[in-house]
Design a binder for this molecule. Structure first.
Ligand code: ADP
Length: 531
């Protein structure tokens, strides 16, 4: 087998046992700049096709031993040659053989003696056809891959949509259950409370249940508000100097009574001394996250111990909250951080909750460049870990007060604003928008008294004096009768001398002059809330 290289990319294989013919063919196509491979027998042709690639074959039919038909069959038997054109070279008289050749899979034939220009044109056409067929096949392949990819994306999206639909339904079922249960508690125990001749002890018991139910409702509503804020991107990070040991202390004080009521021991520890433990982070989000985890530890533990605290690990702080509770099955450990997901989603589940606490904690921690995970064993207990970057802060100034903001309380402050002027209401909404408060509004004194009755969690009232139906003086008198210790701050339009004394007579604890200055208002609220 001899070979002859040319610049053209196409390789032509020419097979003919007639030396004259072969020479002529080779010469003809060399001139056309093809790469030419040629041989004068069928056996060498068969050897060649199994070793080297080629784009077209010009094949003589009548050859001794292995003829053109055999070679044609061998080519067509391999799928890799399915697009390679086979052109038979035959004698004028060879009609029958030409038909047989077509039946065996040849594309064309030329008769000897051949017309040079016609043969070149035929070869060119078949090569162009071959190239187009291959391109089409390539495009087809690409298209198929794209379709497959799209189909898989679509089916994933569909799965996700179905999953999110399922979660939404589960969430709605859960939330309505979570709200309805305490609501039923409130409504039915209020009815019981109306019964005449109840003993003081019974009254106190009923009121305790109503208060607990109210807390439970506020808790779930706060969770829903938090998750909506997270999802709409409305949560801002407020980095401030944060005293870790103080936070642990707060949380310990906050949870120790609840724990001891359930017979559970609670301990805490931190690696750093009081002087070293001040870091720059979002204190509220850190406290919220730890509160959520300890709340869960308490909820899902019936006996044993809760330990919480932090260790320094390289340039991060690793917080932990561990319990000896019911534990979480391995396959549930990753998904419980998704919103609305609970390890036990059965209708008969034992523990209340909407499945939002951990997703809120995870969102906060990730916003602060940390990560959260759990290690747990069913019926043995769980340890939740999360990290925060260890960004040590220099000097600690516990009250950063420029401009004056509300003190950081563990729970949001519930403020009732009795006000009938829409612009003032808007103003309050604005100035409290970055604070950890829940605002309640009453547009007259009568409604303010009702709200204080309905919502025992109200911590403070901002009372406008001039209001329709019932003015602020009368409302204050009535509220003080029900709740003498609830701080009421009057908002007065004119600070005339003697106003303050008058307000104290009707029972307000303090007053602030309109137009209200934000920092002065915060200062007054801080005075009553921290007290
Ligand atoms: P919720 O407690 O309101 O259901 P969370 O998002 O706080 O929602 O927790 C999701 C789920 O993770 C819970 O329903 C519970 O199944 C599981 N879980 C969370 N904390 C613990 C824990 N300390 N021990 C056992 N299971 C837990």
């Amino acid at each position: 087998m001899m070979s002859n290289e040319a610049k053209e990319n196409f390789v032509l294989l020419i097979v003919d046992d007639n030396a004259e013919n072969l020479k002529l063919l080779v010469k003809t196509f060399q001139k056309e700049n093809y790469t030419i491979e040629y041989t004068d027998n069928g056996k060498a042709a068969l050897d060649f096709i199994n070793k080297k690639p080629f784009d077209l074959i010009l094949l003589d039919i009548n050859m001794p031993e292995i003829d053109g038909f055999e070679v044609c069959k061998a080519i067509r038997s391999q799928s890799k040659f399915k697009n390679v054109p086979i052109i038979f070279i035959s004698a004028e008289s060879d009609r029958e053989n030409i038909i047989k050749g077509f039946e065996l899979g040849a594309q064309d034939y030329v008769t000897k003696p051949f017309e040079r220009r016609e043969l070149i044109a035929r070869v060119k056409t078949h090569l162009a056809l071959k190239r187009n067929v291959e391109k089409l096949a390539e495009l087809n392949q690409l298209l198929e891959e794209k379709v497959l990819k799209r189909t898989s994306l679509l089916s994933k999206a569909l799965e996700k949509a179905e999953e999110s639909d399922r979660l939404k339904s589960a969430f709605l079922a859960n939330v309505s259950h979570e709200i309805r249960t305490p609501m039923n508690g409130i409504v039915s125990f209020v009815e019981l409370l109306k019964k005449p001749g109840l003993s003081g002890e019974k009254q106190k018991y009923y009121i305790d249940i109503i208060t607990q139910s109210g807390h439970r409702m506020i808790n779930i509503i706060n969770n829903i508000v938090d998750i909506s804020k997270i999802e709409s991107g409305a949560v801002n990070i407020k980095i401030q100097k944060t005293h870790l040991n103080q936070i642990l202390n707060y949380l310990y004080d906050f949870f120790k009574i609840k724990c001891s009521k359930k017979g559970i021991e609670i301990n805490y520890s931190g690696d750093l001394t009081d002087d070293e433990c001040i870091i720059d982070t979002d204190k509220d989000k850190l406290v919220d996250s730890l509160t959520n985890l300890i709340d869960n530890a308490l909820k899902y533990t019936n006996e044993g111990t809760i330990n919480f605290g932090y260790h320094c690990v390289g340039d991060t702080i690793e917080f932990y909250v561990s319990d000896t509770g019911i534990g979480i099955a391995k396959e549930k450990q990753a998904i419980i951080f998704e919103r609305f997901v609970q390890a036990d989603s059965s209708l008969t589940r034992e523990y209340e909750g909407a499945g939002l606490g951990l997703s809120i904690a995870r969102a906060y921690i990730e916003m602060l460049d940390g990560r959260i995970w759990v290690e747990s064993k069913l019926n043995a207990g769980s340890t939740f870990f999360f990290t925060l970057p260890l960004k040590k802060s220099g000097n600690y100034e516990p009250e950063i007060s420029s401009p004056q903001r509300l003190s950081n309380t563990l729970q949001p402050i519930n403020i009732l604003i009795a006000e009938d002027d829409l612009l003032s209401i808007q103003y309050f909404k604005e100035i409290f928008s970055d604070e950890k408060v829940n605002l309640f509004f009453a547009n007259n004194g009568k409604r303010a008294v009702e709200i204080v009755n309905e919502i025992p969690e109200i911590n403070l009232v901002l009372m406008d004096i001039k209001m329709p139906i019932m003015d602020g003086n009368e409302a204050t008198r009535q509220i003080k009768k029900i709740k003498p210790k609830l701080p009421i701050i009057a908002q007065t339009a004119h600070a005339m001398s003697g106003d303050k004394e008058k307000l104290e007579m009707v029972g307000c604890d303090d007053y602030i002059v309109k137009p209200i200055k934000e920092d002065l208002l915060f200062e007054i609220i801080n005075k009553y809330i921290t007290n």
